[in-house]
Design a protein around this ligand. Structure first.
Ligand SMILES: [Zn+2]
Length: 119
């Protein structure tokens, strides 16, 4: 699916919601509800697809938020490059899991699990 199609769907969804709000007829409202559910399903399927996830990832690499391997560079929320790593799981003395947290705004910037950043 193309980005423009998604944008049109989101716009369509907003106008259907508006029409539903102004509708008094219960049968018509039910029709709107069905349409909204269908739209939501399509959008959900798309946003969980590999195509969408890869596109999002590449956007963040281009914007300098993460490196190509997923290592955090700067905070998506406040643009600060000052962040700390908080160890969230350890087995004996080996770090299994850690989080990157922005020092400026406390935004969660990514999770590192056994060698890989899932940012
Ligand atoms: Zn921040």
């Amino acid at each position: 699916m193309k980005k423009i199609e998604i944008e049109n769907m989101v716009k369509g969804l907003a106008s259907i919601r508006k029409m539903r709000k102004n509708e008094k007829n219960l049968e018509e409202i039910e029709k709107y509800n069905k349409l909204i559910a269908e739209f939501n399903l399509i959008l959900d399927n798309y946003t969980s697809s590999d195509e969408y996830i890869n596109e999002e990832y590449m956007n963040r690499v281009e914007m300098g938020i993460i490196e190509t391997d997923g290592t955090p560079i700067k905070c998506e929320k406040c643009n600060s490059i000052d962040y700390r790593e908080v160890i969230t799981d350890k087995i004996d003395y080996i770090v299994m899991e850690k989080e990157a947290i922005c020092n400026k705004c406390e935004h969660f910037m990514g999770l590192w699990v056994t060698g890989n950043w899932c940012s």
